[in-house]
Design a binder for this molecule. Structure first.
Ligand SMILES: Nc1nc2c(c(=O)[nH]1)N[C@H]1C(S)=C(S)[C@@H](COP(=O)(O)O)O[C@H]1N2
Ligand SMILES: [Mo]
Length: 196
């Protein structure tokens, strides 16, 4: 409610504070873009969870979900109503037995990128292992063939070129979180940097 009072006239309430809308889809990648082909992609579950490896074909055989969600990048752009398809994290995890001590996950990507999530932020039906953007196969620079989408947090949590989920009983910071970004990254709370 306070947000409403302080919002600039005409500002869309779907746009978090400090963000501007873009129609474009900027690419933000640290380091080189890895080459991953759909035939060899594999998503590993390891750490405090029953080990499992899922191929692209395995993912296609799971229930499929299409979602339209707003995305928010910490570099101040937001894009409304983007459409993604793939497997929701709860559907992906329905066959995985987690150790009851697991409280956090470290998401891994081909190329070495990582990002951390609390289990409650991970196990949401809005989170997708996604390979289709706007009805088209996900472009390589946007994480194709497979990326994670975590639309309720800043986009650095949406790991491109997804390779695995490592479950842990403590928080281990990922790449950007070790380099000054906030451990959680809620755009509506402006959790941009670790001292926010
Ligand atoms: N593997 C990997 N995933 C990544 C990144 C990266 O550098 N490597 N950058 C993150 C950041 S900081 C952002 S803002 C988004 C950008 O996604 P986009 O390039 O599709 O816009 O991807 C996130 N996922
Ligand atoms: Mo980012």
């Amino acid at each position: 409610m306070l947000g409403r009072l302080f919002r600039k006239p005409g500002q869309n309430e779907k746009v978090p504070p400090g963000q501007s809308l873009t129609e474009r889809f900027p690419v933000l990648t640290y380091g080189p873009v890895p080459h991953v082909d759909a035939q060899s992609v594999s998503v590993r579950v390891f750490g405090l969870g029953q080990p499992r490896e899922s191929s692209f074909a395995d993912l296609k055989a799971m229930p499929q979900t299409t979602l339209t969600r707003d995305i928010h990048c910490v570099t101040h752009w937001s894009k409304l109503e983007t459409e993604w398809s793939g497997v929701s994290v709860p559907d992906f995890m329905s066959g995985v037995e987690l150790d009851p001590r697991a409280t956090h996950v470290l998401v891994h990507s081909y190329g070495g990128y990582t990002t951390n999530l609390e289990l409650a932020d991970f196990l949401r039906p809005d989170n997708l292992l996604t390979y289709t953007y706007a009805g088209q196969p996900l472009e390589r620079e946007h994480g194709g063939p497979l990326r994670l989408l975590v639309p309720h947090l800043y986009l650095w949590k949406s790991a491109k070129w997804l390779s695995g989920f490592e479950f842990m009983d403590h928080e281990q910071l990922g790449f950007w979180e070790r380099n000054g970004y906030h451990r959680r990254g809620d755009p509506f709370k402006e959790e941009r940097y670790s001292d926010d």
